[in-house]
Ligand binder design. Structure first.
Ligand code: ATP
Length: 289
């Protein structure tokens, strides 16, 4: 018996850091949504009491460091599951890109094993377990559009933003999320209008969404990675309605309503940047077709 799950990439429409907490985590507020660029995970039931994991991507560890493995282990231990699982990951999301690929794999693992092992756990329970694997995993469990607060694990679901195309461009050099947060200076930050973004999403106001894209982590990643700013400028020149860096970067995304304009941006970035994708904004959970 086996189960398939899709693990889509996420983008931040806003990312705000409010303060550093006594437990050393940052208190954040971010509006996130999903795009149609996804890893595909397969889960095969094993009779032996073991978790096996494989992925052909050389940047992804095929052992207990893999976030999908960690999610499976937590579920297995918490519910004392005697059966095992073989997990294969077909990696499509660039690694260390600010697109939460690893977190999305962990979340897909929680959803997939909930079905494979017939645990009948609620989304809330899966999201809670996910927060033990990583801060973005709770959001990825819902796999929709949401406001994430706390250290990322307090989720309020939102409707999908207005439909549009998303051009994603990832510079070669990846970025470590942890080091970006460590270098963030909280003084004099210009904060995103999170409430305004939520309102724009709820009223289907595409221009309102575009006008409010903002990510405070750009203050760290942009000065260290000049190509991020260059990609942003190139996207604007080629007709993007709005552009932003996702997560801690370095991936930049541009929003646009016409497919022809998305193609123009895509073509203008090739040669400039190795990994470029044109995808639809999803914003709600999709089952595998
Ligand atoms: P975020 O936006 O949540 O900070 P990211 O997109 O920047 O995440 P990931 O692609 O999730 O970064 O990878 C971060 C690190 O996690 C990589 O260095 C990678 O080795 C490790 N990792 C562990 N499991 C996975 C996985 N299933 N997929 C990708 N990376 C993984």
């Amino acid at each position: 018996m086996y189960i398939l799950e899709k693990a889509p990439a996420k983008i931040n429409l806003t990312l705000d850091v409010l303060y550093k907490r006594p437990d050393q985590y940052h208190e954040i507020a971010m509006v996130m949504t999903t795009v149609d660029l996804a890893d595909r995970l397969e889960f095969f039931l094993l009779d032996k009491d073991k978790i096996e994991i494989s992925s052909e991507n050389r940047f992804v560890p095929n052992d207990e460091r893999n976030l999908a493995y960690r999610a499976a282990k937590i579920l297995k231990e918490r519910y004392q599951i005697k059966q095992g699982v073989r997990i294969t990951i077909d990696k499509q999301i660039p690694v260390a890109a600010g697109l939460a690929g690893g977190s999305s794999d962990a979340a897909a693992t929680l959803r997939g094993l909930n079905r494979l092992w017939n645990l009948q756990l609620s989304m809330e329970t899966l999201a809670e377990l996910g927060s033990e694997v990583g801060s973005d995993v709770s959001f990825c469990v819902y796999d929709s559009t949401a406001l994430a607060e706390g250290r990322g694990e307090v989720i309020t679901e939102l409707p999908a933003p207005p439909q549009c195309w998303v051009v994603l461009a990832k510079p070669v050099q990846g970025v470590s999320t942890q080091s970006v947060y460590q270098s963030l200076n909280l003084d004099n930050l210009e904060h995103p209008d999170t409430e305004g973004m939520i309102k724009a999403i709820k009223t289907g106001d595409y221009d309102g969404v575009c006008n409010r894209l903002k990510n405070v982590l750009e203050t760290v990643t942009l000065p260290k990675n000049p190509e991020v700013e260059q990609i942003k400028q190139q996207m604007i020149r080629s007709g993007a309605d709005a552009v932003l860096m996702s997560g801690s970067g370095p991936t930049v995304f541009g929003l646009v309503q016409q497919e022809s304009r998305a193609d123009r941006i895509y073509n203008s970035l090739r040669g400039f940047c190795e990994e470029v994708y044109v995808v639809r904004l999803l914003g709600t959970h999709q089952t595998l077709d």
